[in-house]
Design a protein around this ligand. Structure first.
Ligand code: 6CS
Ligand code: FE
Length: 300
């Protein structure tokens, strides 16, 4: 256990190694491409650079959404899916929380990966070819959908999946109405420029717990308070078909859902082919491939 997390050439973002937390500066760029490299205009790129996210009102049309919602229902009723290790249930119930590798489980969701409206934006932000690091649907069912505590995705992907640098982006597409009250995504705008180095060692098979409720690798209250005081908290609402793209290091989370209205989203994580995963930076072993791809073939 080291005293202070000190960035070095071998690990720019040390985490889960020191006896105390630390706020480290991001040394990686945020936006790697330019306005001529895809559908995102210059102002939106500048805003993404500053806040760490962008929203697209109606990425998918009503008919497309109906198809994805029907597929969501079909998956949730498929006995084979329910028994698959890629399906994660909520703490304390048999309600589905997430289905990972959904782009391989479902031909319908696979279409999103190669959709130019999706992968075109990811290539532009990351300035290179991209591959899918992870995909999932989060059901966030009514009444029983639990929270996703504050975290940086990159902290986990760096510590547990061996992702070296901050050059990955998530797209979250709403499949149901995301109201102010049914557990929508919250992001601290601008938090992507600070890396919160967390305390605590990664246990073996940590994903078996962390995907149902993450503790190790989540920031301490003081660090969260500093970031929230500095940046505030934005809540993402939007109709089914709207989308949010957010940088891998945004501090984000979502509350539980005690309303009758599910908050179901599909998430796809694109990583740059220049940033492929290596040995975990702070974990005893790699996570399974359905959570962290080891096939780095670029999206066609
Ligand atoms: O551990 C992970 O990779 C997943 N966990 C969360 C809460 N967000 C990122 C990712 O889906
Ligand atoms: Fe996350």
């Amino acid at each position: 256990m080291i005293e202070h997390p000190t960035p070095g050439p071998g690990d720019l973002y040390p985490t889960r190694k020191a006896g105390e937390p630390a706020l480290l500066y991001r040394t990686d760029p945020v936006v790697y491409g330019g306005p001529d490299d895809g559908p995102i205009d210059a102002d939106t790129l500048a805003s993404f650079d500053e806040t760490g996210f962008l929203s697209v009102e109606e990425l998918l049309g009503p008919e497309e959404i109906e198809r994805y919602r029907a597929e969501l229902r079909r998956l949730s009723e498929d006995e084979a899916i329910l028994g698959d290790e890629r399906t994660v249930t909520e703490r304390g119930s048999q309600e589905i929380r997430s289905i990972f590798e959904v782009h391989k489980v479902s031909d319908v969701f696979a279409e999103l990966v190669t959709d130019p409206r999706v992968v075109g934006r990811a290539r532009q932000l990351l300035g290179s070819d991209v591959y899918v690091h992870q995909s999932r649907v989060n059901y966030k069912p009514g009444f029983k959908g639990k929270d996703f505590y504050w975290h940086s995705d990159f902290e986990t992907w760096h510590a547990e999946d061996g992702m070296p640098r901050m050059r990955a982006v998530s797209i979250s597409i709403a499949l149901t109405e995301n109201f102010v009250h049914n557990g929508g995504l919250m992001i601290m705008p601008g938090s992507h420029r600070t890396f919160v180095s967390c305390v605590g060692e990664t246990p073996d098979d940590h994903y078996k717990d962390s995907l149902r409720g993450q503790e190790i690798g989540t920031p301490d209250p003081d660090s969260l308070s500093i970031l929230a005081d500095k940046h505030g908290i934005d809540l993402f609402t939007g109709s089914a078909g709207s989308a949010t793209m957010f940088d891998c290091n945004c501090m984000h989370g979502s509350n539980g859902n005690i309303t009758p209205f599910p908050r179901s989203n599909v998430f796809i994580v694109f990583n740059s082919v220049e940033n492929t995963c290596e040995k975990p930076f702070a974990a005893p072993s790699h996570r399974p491939e359905f959570i962290a791809a080891r096939d780095f073939t670029p999206v066609g």
